[in-house]
Design a protein around this ligand. Sequence first.
Ligand code: MFK
Ligand code: FAD
Length: 496
Amino acid sequence: MGFLQDPPQLAHPYRDDPRLRSMLDRALPSARRAALNADLQALGDYAQMAWLRSCRSTRRKPVLTQWDAWGHRVDRIELTEAWQEGPRITTTHAVLAAGHEASEHARLEEFARVYLYHLASEFYTCPLAMTDGAATALKASGNKALMERALPHLLSRDADSFWLSGQWMTENTGGSDVGHTETIARQDPSGQWLLYGRKWFSSAVVGEAALALARPEGAGTGAGALALFYVETMDGDRRKPQLIIDRLKDKLGTHELPTAEIHLDGLPAWPLGELAHGVRQVAPMLNVTRTWNAICAVASMARALSLARDYATRRQAFGRPLIEQPLHAQTLADMQAEFEGAFALAFEVAHLLGRVEHGAALPHEAALLRLLTPLAKLWTGKMAVKLCSEALECFGGAGYIEDTGLPQLLRDAQVYAIWEGTTNVLSLDSLRALANDDSIEALRIAIEGWLADSIDARARGEIHAAMHAARNMLEAHARERQALEAGARGLAFTLA
Ligand code: MFK
Ligand code: FAD
């Protein structure tokens, strides 16, 4: 046999990541920082094991069996190994529960775990994000009965009592504009609400609960007339017969994640709050899942970059390792710079979220969080696709070959920009934030703080110029809604 190329090796995502460690060292009090170490170490070990395991096996997809041999409707979904391990890993290392501790640092500690777990989880993090969002929306609703019923499960540290929760918003009529939702909520003679309709994308279909938008029968049209309901999907260990799985979607990526089309045929449901303004009630969930999206997008970038950097030390071209080729080294350095920006933005949002939730934020920081959340989601979503594509090219032809495990990074990254609000929808959401709060002033204050230690005059100048341009753009279009919307993406990218 002739020459054989060494495959890339995955560095330990925690031990060998000085960026993550130093960010946590700076942000956390030393006792909390020390207490976090064991979980991060273990999640890093798990990530490395999962990468090696995925390199050895052919990738699998979940399989839906709708009928058993005797004609019973069963809608059983067989999951991949990482998904079967999901509840245990999640609860043992408090991936989700950590975020709901009574501390301003809780969210940062949660998202450090998410960052390490995400790729190994094979997008089990998608329903986890929705579970976190459901817990957050339930708390925001103040509905004590539902909180007492659901939170002990959603935030459980015990795999046996842990429940996943979905987010049933998107219908055939539209996912960005949910105002045409066709699902109806009808009361039976006992007063119990029952849901009837079709949800077009359900990524937590193996979960035990969900928050669903539905139109109470007789309510008017439009989004304002929608209500937000809590549902449970299981009767013991059998799925409720009023929840029918029509099919699993055949997707570009996120293959291990079972995303289903479902029918609701009288599924019992409980309103979180008033029987209207469901979008307003689901907003706390959206802002949490969008933060997960940003962190997970950055995790995909980190993985692609880590493998590309390692490969550059193993692969030779024109007589030396790629890393010694100035242009290849520059390509990696440019990718690293983009990654670091995305990392800083996503974790800034994670930390802010905890501070705002626990009343530890400065006066301008709630408005800052409201603006940075859509910006972080839309920016990292786009950057992940760009960086994963560039990383594949760093492997030459090998980057295009399925069983290297590399093409999956790019296919999976494409989803970050689509779900949880597309780039355009989030650009418009950032306008919503700019209109309702004094967010741009909050951003100015924050930037002054971040730049206080910077001696890089060019960077300061560029940032001030970008802020100036953003202000001008806002002012120029302020009275003309059409122009403002048309410019929203440019404005969002400038601000991000
Ligand atoms: C691995 C990583 C995993 C990450 C999780 C992945 C899971 C993926 C699963 C999904 O994709 S779930 C489906 C996600 N769907 C979306 O994100 C919907 C995208 N569309 C939007 O976000 C639209 O902008 C929206 C549906 C919100 C438009 O609805 P409306 O009713 O036409 O908007 P409107 O009237 O502007 O807002 C209604 C209220 O909500 C307003 O408050 P008020 O009633 O008090 O005036 C808004 O201010 C408020 N609101 C909207 N977005 C908000 C918000 N408040 C706070 N934060 C927000 N982001
Ligand atoms: P549309 O809303 O039809 O958008 C089409 C295009 O129009 C987009 O480019 C959008 O940016 C653009 N657009 C729309 N409105 C505007 C506007 N006002 N201005 C400018 N441009 C605009 N949903 C759930 O509820 N639960 C789930 O569990 C779930 N899981 C998913 C899993 C996967 C893998 C995927 C891909 C999607 C999932 N979704 C889920 C659905 C997802 O949230 C929607 O696909 C997304 O919100 C977009 O909605 P849509 O597909 O109807 O596209």
